[in-house]
Design a binder for this molecule. Structure first.
Ligand code: TRP
Length: 331
């Protein structure tokens, strides 16, 4: 049995890009692995959310995770801040993380560029906190996207450095878990290649969007003036509509509109109407469960406490052993 760890920053509700990316695969992984899925609320403090936003955003992600099918009985589903052992390991790792290497991290440079007035130490040490998240459970596998590969590489560096410094073989080297073929990339509705929250209003379809909202967003999606000659390649915006249809609609529906496109007869209005219907039915069960779960505080509290207990059991064992290795002794 492999130990898998993954974290997600709490930035509000999840969209279809999140679902077809990681989430759908997490649901499969929880069957065969010892999975720890947590909400990285400590990490989110690097951008100074207000207290009300912080709690609301954590809750949205938790509810969406549960509604999508993460099973708190199978996987360990927890809040990062419920396991303060993580911060102790983070402190230990920071003693062996160097300013130069942290400053060279791409995500740090990018964040420093975006928020020049808030280049805080938490931002600089984001990779050591992430490494602590991962190695505190002695993870073997970390399902991460391309943008997190450098962080994972640093996790390996910090884990190996610890082992070398104390001459132990304690932390395993965590590897990236690549979903490969199973990863369906969902494009945005604005003609861009990625569905994302930060890409602007209307680009993403959220799992909790109401039917009218979904219909409005899809009907507004960017298209072009249509193919003029047979075999004309599709523009990016049209590729996107087809990609969404491939993910959400029946294969016959996709085939029908593909043929219409090839014959230069396609009416994008009709296609979008169909896509809206299919997106509304696809998200229906999510919408229902999100409503149900988000109003059930007793259930949420039970889930969070269960996760906290399981994650703490694993984390406190690691921190106890690490303290021993470092040389802390009882009098
Ligand atoms: N940095 C990750 C992101 O932005 C979130 C994260 C924090 C994470 N700790 C982690 C992911 C540990 C995997 C493992 O998406």
């Amino acid at each position: 049995m492999q130990t898998v760890v993954s974290g997600i920053r709490p930035t509000g509700n999840l969209h279809l890009g999140n679902y077809f990316g990681a989430l759908r695969n997490f649901i499969k992984m929880q069957q065969e692995n010892d999975c720890y899925f947590f909400i990285a609320d400590y990490h989110s403090l690097t951008t100074h959310p207000t207290p009300a936003d912080l709690h609301g955003n954590v809750k949205s992600v938790l509810v969406d995770y549960l509604a999508a099918g993460l099973d708190p009985e199978k996987a360990t589903l927890y809040l990062q801040s419920d396991v303060p052992e993580t911060t102790e390991l983070y402190l230990f790792l920071n003693m062996n993380a160097y300013k130069g290497e942290l400053e060279r991290v791409t995500s740090f440079k990018e964040k420093a560029r975006i928020q020049p007035d808030n280049i805080n130490a938490g931002l600089l040490t984001y990779p050591t906190l992430m490494a602590a998240d991962i190695i505190i459970h002695k993870a073997h596998k970390v399902p991460v996207g391309k943008d997190q590969e450098q962080h994972l590489e640093m996790t390996r560096t910090f884990a190996n450095r610890f082992n070398r410094l104390y001459n132990v073989d304690y932390f395993p080297e965590p590897e990236a878990y690549n979903f490969g073929e199973q990863l369906i990339k969902i494009p945005g509705l604005d003609g861009s290649t990625k569905m994302g929250k930060s890409e602007g209003e209307g680009n993403a379809i959220f799992l909790n969007d109401e039917p009218e909202v979904i219909r409005k967003k899809i009907m507004k999606a960017v298209t072009d003036s249509g193919p003029k000659t047979e075999g004309e390649p599709k523009s990016q915006a049209i590729e996107n509509i087809f990609a969404l249809m491939k993910a959400l609609s029946a294969p016959e529906t996709l085939d029908y509109f593909e043929a219409e496109y090839q014959a230069c007869r396609i009416r994008y209005g009709d296609m979008k109407k169909q896509l809206a219907d299919d997106a509304i039915s696809f998200t229906g069960p999510f919408r229902e469960r999100i409503k149900e779960i988000s109003s059930n505080n007793a259930y949420l509290s039970k889930v969070v406490n269960m996760g906290k207990e399981k994650a703490q059991a694993s984390a406190s064992k690691t921190v106890r052993e690490v303290r021993e290795i470092i040389g802390f002794k009882k009098f």
